[in-house]
Structure formats: C-alpha cells, structure tokens
Ligand binder design. Structure first.
Ligand code: SAH
Length: 218
C-alpha cells in the first residue's frame, strides 16, 4: 500500500513552489492558496516524492503527464474561478488540476479518454474529501451534454481546434481556457461566450501539452 504523508519538508517545498509561481507572474491568491494546500506528491509515483515540487511536468501512466504547476496555475487563473462554478475539464490525467479546482469550491466534471486512467481514479486518495469532483470516461470532444451548460470549460491537452460542442455547452458569459495547436507548441486561448452567442477570443503564452485525441481508448 502506498503511504500518504505530507511532511514538513513537503510543505516547505510547496511554499518555495508558490514563490516560483509568483515570480513567474501568478497573482490570483485563491489559485496560490489551493496549490499551497494540495500535496502534489500524492498524485505522482512515490519515486518522484523528492522532486514533486519542481516546476515541471512528470510522466504518469499510459504515456500521459501531470501538467507543470505553472501551467495549472496559469490556466486556473485565466478561468477566474468562483465558488460553486460548474466546470467541465477535458483530460483528468492525474486528477491534480481537478483537485485544485475542487479545493477552490468549483463543481468539477472531468472527462478522461484512457480507460486505465479512469479506472485508477476509483482509488483517488481525496475521493471522499472532494465529492464535488465527478469522473467520466469518454471523448472530451463530445463534452457532457447531459450536464451542460457549464460556467467554465478547461482543456488540459493540446487541442487541434476549438471543439464546437464544448462551445455549445458553455453558459452565456462562460469562459473556456484551451491550448490550441501551433506545431510543437500550443497557444493558450481564452474564449468568452457573449450573451448574444458570439465569441470573444484572447490569446496568451505558448505551452506544450500532450495531444487531445479523438475517441476513447480501452
Ligand atoms: N489535467 C491533467 C493533465 C493530464 S494530461 C492533470 O492535472 O494531471 C492530458 C490528459 O488528457 C491525458 O490523460 C489524456 O489521456 C487526456 N485526453 C486526451 N485527449 C482527450 C479527449 N479527447 N478526451 C478526454 N481526455 C483526453
């Protein structure tokens, strides 16, 4: 059995990570507080225990990754999360991003296309602490029409284009944060669905994500 322990050393490393994120331009205090609260090393293989608070992505199973803390902070800050926001996340992966959103008081609906990762979520350590995370196995391009509309949509894989069905599932004044393909990197976009249904598009920095793929796997 994996031992989960959040030691003083881990807490200290987390504080240092918060300073790194501030230096890189993250200012949303609620985002920083959530990252400071959630033990990132619980989401990684215990082999990564000592380096879990370095600001970098790490491999999880099925050839996927846990996003870099800066990327998680950046996307979450752009989402302008408010308590009780209903958020659709594409790409559950390690559940780290979902947990940050849940800690900030959002209702999180998260979709994963890899069956093995989805199955592993049943053992998610914080399942009882965060009943506001709902897990789904499916293709993120389809979204979750049954649970729509959402206040916010976050895509945590490199999208080849902005999926039209996910735009449909946004509320008026809703926000989508999505890294869109540009060769080896992706440009972070924020889409606002205006009350008349038209879209406002803003562009931000370049990032590097694993690809958003069509269909389910497994
Ligand atoms: N948010 C995650 C990041 C995981 S990496 C975290 O905090 O750890 C991106 C994830 O998106 C991978 O697990 C990948 O399998 C998943 N993914 C890729 N395309 C998808 C799709 N169409 N629907 C759902 N999940 C997808």
């Amino acid at each position: 059995m994996r031992k989960y322990e959040d030691s003083y050393q881990h807490k200290g490393l987390r504080k240092q990570l918060i300073n790194v994120l501030k230096d890189k331009g993250i200012t949303d205090e609620n985002v920083l507080a959530a990252i400071n609260t959630i033990p990132r090393h619980y989401f990684l293989d215990s082999a990564f225990d000592k380096i879990a608070y370095e600001d970098r992505a790490f491999p999880i199973s099925e050839g996927q990754t846990i996003s870099q803390p800066y990327t998680v902070a950046y996307q979450t800050q752009l989402l302008q999360i408010k308590k009780s926001d209903k958020v659709l996340e594409i790409g559950t992966g390690s559940v780290y991003q979902s947990t940050i959103l849940a800690e900030m008081g959002a209702w999180v609906y998260t979709i994963e296309r890899q069956k093995k990762l989805y199955e592993a979520h049943k053992q998610f350590y914080f399942r009882s602490k965060y009943p506001n995370i709902k897990f789904f196995y499916g293709d993120g391009f389809e979204g979750l029409p049954t649970f729509a509309p959402f206040d916010k949509v976050i895509i945590t894989a490199a999208a080849p284009f902005i999926p039209p069905k996910l735009i449909e599932q946004l509320k008026p004044n809703g926000l989508m944060v999505i890294p869109v393909d540009e060769g080896d990197n992706q440009r972070m976009h924020r889409i606002t669905k205006l009350p008349d249904g038209s879209l406002k598009e803003e562009q931000f920095d370049l990032f590097s994500f694993v690809p958003m793929l069509t269909g389910k796997n497994g």
